[in-house]
Design a protein. Sequence first.
Length: 381
Amino acid sequence: MTKPTILHISHISNDLAMGPVHSIPRLVRALDDLGMPVALYTTNPIAPFSQEQNYPVFYYRDYGNILDITRLPAPFDNPDLVVFNDVYVIPHILLAYRLRQRGTPYIMTPRGGLTVGAQNMKRRKKRIANFLFFNAMVKGAIAIHCLSENEAQDTRKWGRPVFVAGNGVDLPTIDGGDHAGDRDSLQLVFIGRLDIHHKGLDLLLEASRLAQDVLREVNATINLYGPEVAGSRAKMTAYIFQHQLSDVVILHGPTYGAEKDWVLRHADLFLHPSRFEGHPMAVLEALAYGVPCLLTPGTNIGDEVSLAGAGWCTAPHSEAIAACFREILRNRHQLSAARCHARQLATEQYSWRHVGERVVEEYLKLHPLAAFNCGKLQHDS
């Protein structure tokens, strides 16, 4: 069977704080590295994605009409499969309608957007949008690509075939260095958008207040890195001041590049108490650096991390997080073993090569059926 031509479509921008800005182009590169004919079509009108890649990247304004992919260079003007990487993007909904008219099959990768937690955010608006047009887009998809089994369990309720393949991560070169728990102080780190509700940072702050005694006892600081979201920084600053936690919890701006590399190389424990996620790149990056993680189930990776001995998964409640702080920090020697397991988990399960092979396997399963249904079956060359 001839390899299907694949067009990934995304609304990503150049905002480096957003996980999909890293994961979507990197997945496309992994597919390209495996010999798949693949390209990325970007549709953000405000902050267009402009990172140079080693595969074709098209911006809709260069081709006149966001809804007309027939203007793209061949063979991407008539792809065998289209992959939508976002939800609730109006031009994508209209483009999906045109693809159904043309008989071009498409897959959706909602990145957690169809889960119960995500649907409960701005619930009324989403229910209206679902009824008016979004349900039709989902119904027309030949499959939904979920990033974790937990996401898949929620997403199956939408009634479409589902397959699971998580995000991947590039593996940095690391040496033994100081083992976590061997230093005089401990660095607990969160990297991500400072969205106090979505990321569970209110739970983290309350847990820090409850466990401030042990944090001070072992000379541990919680360092939060990320851009401001909807006034969250002001709320967090006020909480830290009110409860006299400024020596325990430190707010930083966003961190990228060499600075981020330094932060992860010196982190002893990575924190991600999110209420809901797709498959967070920040956690995968921490694992790749060999940093053990303290997670909540909403991250959709907590069970895997816990079972691998690469960290801990606890209930999304401040008391439970505080109890984990006490248990981990008073037995800090266990961080060294967890560090080795974290790197091993990233290497064996989340390398981009591994993820790319899994995604290609699913695409090739879907393509003959999709092509047959759409009258575009390609015979062996």
